[in-house]
Design a protein. Structure first.
Length: 163
C-alpha cells in the first residue's frame, strides 16, 4: 500500500515538473461581483407561444438561478472560464469585449450598453473591459443545483495572450 502511494506521488510530482509548474487557470482582476439573489428550483417547464414569439425553458433535475451585478474596471477581465448552464448577460453601461474559444480566429466581439449576449453554458470564453470607463453588467445564470456557477479554464491555444 505504501509503495503505491509513493509511486502515485512520484508520478504527480513528475507531471507537475514536466508541465513546468504552470498554472492552467487565467486570473480574474479588476472585477467586483455582487450576488443579488440565488434561488433554488425544482424541474422547470415553462413555455410561452404567440404568433410572433416563443420561449421555452426545460430543465431536468433541480436548478439554482443566480442574479449578479458585475463591475469591471478599465482593463479588468474575468479570465478564461465557462459555466455549467446558460447565462443571459446584459451590459448596463460601458462596453465589453468578448472572446470565444470555439472561434478559430478568436475574433473579439464588442457588446455595447443596452445590448447583451447569451452564454449557452459549457462555452469557454473571456470577457474584458477594453474601454476607458467602468462597465456594469447584470447576469442571470441557470445552473444545476449546488454546482459552481463559474469554472476556471486554461487559455485556449487559438487565442493570443489577451489577459
Amino acid at each position: 500500500m505504501r509503495i503505491r502511494f509513493v509511486l502515485a506521488l512520484v508520478i504527480v510530482v513528475a507531471a507537475v515538473a514536466a508541465y513546468g509548474g504552470t498554472v492552467l487557470a487565467t486570473p480574474v482582476h479588476g472585477v467586483t461581483s455582487t450576488t443579488f439573489a440565488v434561488g433554488h428550483f425544482d424541474e422547470i417547464s415553462a413555455k410561452t407561444l404567440s404568433s410572433s414569439w416563443q420561449a421555452r425553458i426545460n430543465t431536468k433535475g433541480e436548478s439554482d438561478v443566480w442574479i449578479l451585478e458585475n463591475r469591471i474596471a478599465p482593463g479588468g477581465t474575468f479570465g478564461w472560464h465557462s459555466h455549467p448552464g446558460p447565462s443571459l448577460v446584459i451590459v448596463k453601461s460601458g462596453a465589453l469585449t468578448l472572446y470565444r474559444a470555439d472561434d478559430p480566429t478568436c475574433t473579439p466581439e464588442i457588446v455595447q450598453a443596452g445590448s447583451g449576449f447569451v452564454d449557452n453554458g459549457g462555452d469557454v470564453h473571456l470577457v474584458r473591459n477594453e474601454g476607458s470607463i467602468e462597465t456594469v453588467v447584470y447576469v442571470m445564470s441557470l445552473v444545476p443545483r449546488g454546482a459552481a456557477r463559474r469554472i476556471d479554464e486554461p487559455q485556449p491555444g487559438n487565442c493570443p495572450s489577451i489577459q
